[in-house]
Design a binder for this molecule. Structure first.
Ligand code: ADP
Ligand code: MG
Length: 404
């Protein structure tokens, strides 16, 4: 419904719903053939109008998938009731064709396919029933050309499918575009921030560290006292590490030469380097590469990207698990995949990745992925996280293939 609200405001929703409710009530009382012999049919009609109206009015406060299913089922019940109660009114058949269209308003693809299948089954049953009972005098407008009506129904469902498919593809594209813009904005701000802050902090830190190192070597101080200095130096080293990570983002591009790089070679050297890091927790790295995976990047930055991703994969893995690293050429792109069977991430976490300082680790900096996003974007690549909680994560990075 979030997308729905982006398109039409809440006010418009209530206006639209009021019109629908008004029309449903009009249908109940204006020129209704059932109105004069008030029976079970009329009561059912009134009940369905009431229930459907309440559901539509309550929907903005309960935007759940289950509630959407309930609304679709009540709509279907309402339209089929109209169809059976008013057998002389041929236009009720149009409503039957349009039942899946209601889920288009909710932009819920599962619901759309559910209503499409449900409606098709019901219509086929209905037409099957008509073809077996030709002698009754009702629904002559359908029975006169059963096959033609069935074809029209199928055509209407195909049309709805196309409308839904194109609309949802467009919305997804817009959403992706919006997220990309947000990410770029974030990186731009952090880059500027990094340049300003990092330089200011690094210099005083170096001075303090220098003095601490001097004190550490001072023979007149006791060993117990000196221990504190090494603790302080360790903490300063951590701070320097964060700052240097920041600086990699802020550094001017001219320092970084672009060259044609074979991803397979880079992955080989990076995995060799990280093997010992993985062995700390008995994690192994399995590398699968094919040749001719050429891209145009700065080799140091590519290494930095892959190191960050493999380190995250190792850190997420359970003791003894293996991290799989793979590269191959897919169409006009070179794809790098890093897969772990670790703790995985929720949709919410994935959305926050790349935000400065976003880390769920006690000793994490939350800068690694921000650097990765920056590098990937710089070389016109894409990065995608496919993850499920407790099952693991696959990071897919794609760069344009470089022809030489
Ligand atoms: P850091 O590693 O310092 O925490 P990152 O930017 O590299 O910072 O990662 C941010 C967060 O994303 C991590 O704290 C972790 O929660 C999550 N994350 C990244 N990669 C994975 C992965 N492969 N599996 C599970 N969680 C991950
Ligand atoms: Mg990391």
């Amino acid at each position: 419904m979030k997308q729905f609200y982006n398109l039409i405001t809440q006010k418009f929703y209530y206006l639209f719903t009021s019109i629908i409710i008004f029309l449903m009530i009009m249908g109940l009382f204006v020129a209704n053939p059932q109105y004069h012999h008030f029976g079970a049919g009329m009561i059912l009609h009134i009940c369905l109008v009431a229930v459907l109206s309440i559901c539509l009015l309550l929907y903005p406060k309960h935007e759940t998938h289950l509630f959407r299913i309930v609304i679709i089922l009540i709509c279907a019940a309402y339209f089929y009731t109209l169809f059976f109660l008013y057998s002389e009114t041929w236009s009720t058949f149009i409503f039957l064709c349009f039942i899946p269209a209601i889920s288009i308003l909710f932009f819920d693809s599962k619901l759309f396919y559910f209503s499409l299948v449900l409606n098709s089954i019901l219509i086929f049953l209905l037409f099957g029933f008509f073809s077996l009972n030709k002698q009754t005098s009702f629904y002559t407008y359908i029975k006169m050309d059963l096959l033609g009506n069935l074809m029209n129904f199928i055509a209407s469902q195909v049309m709805l499918f196309f409308i839904f498919y194109l609309a949802s593809a467009r919305i997804k594209k817009q959403q992706m575009y919006y997220e990309q813009i947000q990410q770029t904005e974030r990186l731009k701000t952090t880059g500027q921030l990094a340049a300003a802050v990092a330089h200011e902090i690094r210099n005083p830190l170096t001075v303090v560290k220098g003095f601490l190192q001097l004190f550490e070597k001072d023979a007149s101080l006791s060993e117990g006292f000196k221990k504190n200095f090494s603790l302080m130096i360790d903490e300063i080293n951590t701070a320097e590490h964060v700052i240097s990570q920041f600086l990699t983002i802020a550094k001017p591009d001219k320092d970084k030469r672009m060259e044609t790089v074979d991803v397979a070679v880079v992955l080989q050297s990076v995995t060799d380097l990280l093997k010992s890091y993985g062995l700390l927790h008995d994690n192994h790295i399995e590398l699968k590469v094919v040749e001719d995976c050429l891209i145009a990047v700065n080799v140091i930055e590519l290494k930095q990207l892959v190191i960050n991703l493999i380190k995250n994969a190792i850190e997420a893995s359970k003791v003894g698990d293996t991290v799989h690293v793979k590269t191959e050429k897919v169409k006009n792109e070179v794809e790098i995949q890093i897969t772990d069977d670790g703790n995985g991430m929720s949709e919410e976490v994935i959305k926050s990745l790349g935000t400065p300082f976003y880390s769920l680790k006690s000793k994490g900096t939350g800068l690694g992925l921000m650097i990765c996003y920056n590098i990937v974007e710089k070389y016109n690549g894409t990065i995608q996280f496919i993850s499920s909680i407790d099952k693991g994560t696959t990071v897919v990075v794609r760069f344009p293939y470089h022809h030489i």
